[in-house]
Design a protein around this ligand. Structure first.
Ligand SMILES: *Cc1c(COP(=O)(O)O)cnc(C)c1O
Length: 411
């Protein structure tokens, strides 16, 4: 007997048409017939609902930014530009894409280590806020601004002296390539002000993929406290403070969604008793996967069904070249199953234990291990959920000459 391994929770709200998974009112087989397989399908109405829910939960005064590295697909990005208060970018390439998608320069901020001179120049010309990661990057930005005769808009990215607890990816606390250590912040702000550049404030990002409201609340409180401490050291109020983000989504069995009402209520309370030096500061959070992750589904067709030593393998035309994270090869220690289903038999009960694999000739290419599924055959369609973030753009599409999957935005 093969022991069944659970799959992660399918995000709520997916329904069936004629027994098949439906996305944006279209059934999986129709989406694949029209667009081919493998296919990423993103739902704009799910994006709308997510943002609306978040706005209701968060304080009115808080700006909500989209960190576009989670999903830069141009139609989705255009949609997010319409929904979010700002777009956070992490490269010159993303800057071009954000501007092309209609984002206004004053609503774009640029973070990330290793910004090249040409990227800094592009950002200063465009007039976006640059989150400065080191004193030497600050010097380069100021010099480029002088050469261009343009006043750079510069914020300081801080390496916080704490990290987001339970976070999947730690971005603060200890030695880090991101941001600058606390003692470097005030002298760097002074350089910016002395040079006559526009000092925008602070960017403090402590981690990613946290599901615990308590951990997020604690981090936000520490972030506000740090921002106040830094502003006092600088001797000037920051116009803007980006409090980071880190809201996760449930990927694995037992994961529970973030209680955003609890986070929003706590942040509202904290906003009510801000220290004087932050009284007129505009705050923002920046979220990637939380906004887009659950709005995407990866569809891939079964090309072979085979048995090996009593195990059933469903071999698909997709794989880790589009779904590196679901395969367990993107920052995970123990491989666990993402939410998955046989999309073309969405309403059938599980009747066998199967492993769903990709078409790459490597044992790493697994989409679901020993999962309980209805009996599926060649031509059936597999759905991997939570595919809206870090799927298409964070997977090695050219591995084994496969190439990218098609992406579409539906209702
Ligand atoms: C990656 C990143 C984000 C987005 O992280 P998510 O986990 O997708 O929300 C936000 N801010 C910064 C600075 C990042 O590097």
């Amino acid at each position: 007997m093969i022991k069944t391994k659970a799959t992660g929770p399918i995000p709520p709200g997916y329904s069936a048409i004629d027994g098949e998974l439906a996305i944006g009112g279209q059934k999986a087989s129709a989406l694949v017939a029209e667009n081919g397989s493998p296919l990423f399908v993103y739902s704009s109405s799910r994006l709308d609902a997510r943002m609306a829910q978040l706005r209701t939960a968060m304080p009115d005064a808080l700006d909500l930014h989209y960190a576009m590295k989670a999903n830069p697909f141009p139609p989705l990005l255009r949609h997010m530009v319409g929904l979010a208060d700002g777009i956070d970018i992490a490269s010159g390439g993303e800057l071009r894409m954000a501007l092309d998608a209609g984002a206004a320069a004053e609503h774009i901020s640029f973070a990330g280590p290793g910004k090249r001179d040409d990227e800094l120049e592009q950002a200063i010309r465009a007039g976006v806020t640059i989150n400065i990661e080191s004193p030497s990057e600050c010097d380069r930005a100021l010099r480029i601004g002088t050469n261009l005769g343009t006043t750079p808009r510069l914020a300081i990215r801080v390496n916080p002296d704490f990290d987001l607890k339970g976070s999947g990816m730690k971005m603060g606390g200890g030695a880090k390539p991101f941001g600058m250590d606390i003692e470097l912040v005030a002298p760097t702000v002074k350089r910016i002000l002395d040079a006559g550049a526009d000092w925008r404030g602070f960017h403090i990002f402590a981690g990613s993929q946290a599901l615990s409201a308590d951990a997020i609340i604690e981090t936000q409180a520490q972030t506000l406290e740090l921002a106040a401490r830094l502003a006092t050291m600088v001797g000037q109020a920051p116009d803007h403070v980006n409090l980071g983000g880190g809201f996760g989504i449930p990927y694995f069995p037992g994961d529970e969604p973030v209680d955003i009402e609890m986070v929003g209520n706590a942040l509202s309370e904290q906003f009510e008793r801000l220290p004087d030096i932050l009284a007129s500061t505009q705050f923002a959070i920046e979220l990637g996967r939380y906004l887009v992750g659950e709005a995407g589904v990866y569809l891939t067709q079964i090309v072979d069904r085979k048995e090996s030593q009593g195990h059933i393998f469903l071999v698909t035309d997709g794989g880790l070249h589009h779904q590196l994270a679901a395969s367990g090869n993107f920052g995970t220690v123990v491989r666990r199953n993402y939410p998955a289903a046989i999309a073309s038999r969405f309403e059938e009960e599980p009747s066998e234990t199967v492993s769903i694999v990709g078409c790459l000739c490597t044992p790493l290419d697994r989409l679901s291990d020993n999962a309980a599924m209805p009996e599926a055959h060649v031509g059936d369609i597999v759905a991997i959920f939570c595919a809206g973030a870090y799927g298409a753009s964070a997977s090695p599409a050219n591995f084994l000459g496969q190439g990218p999957a098609k992406e579409i935005l539906v209702d």
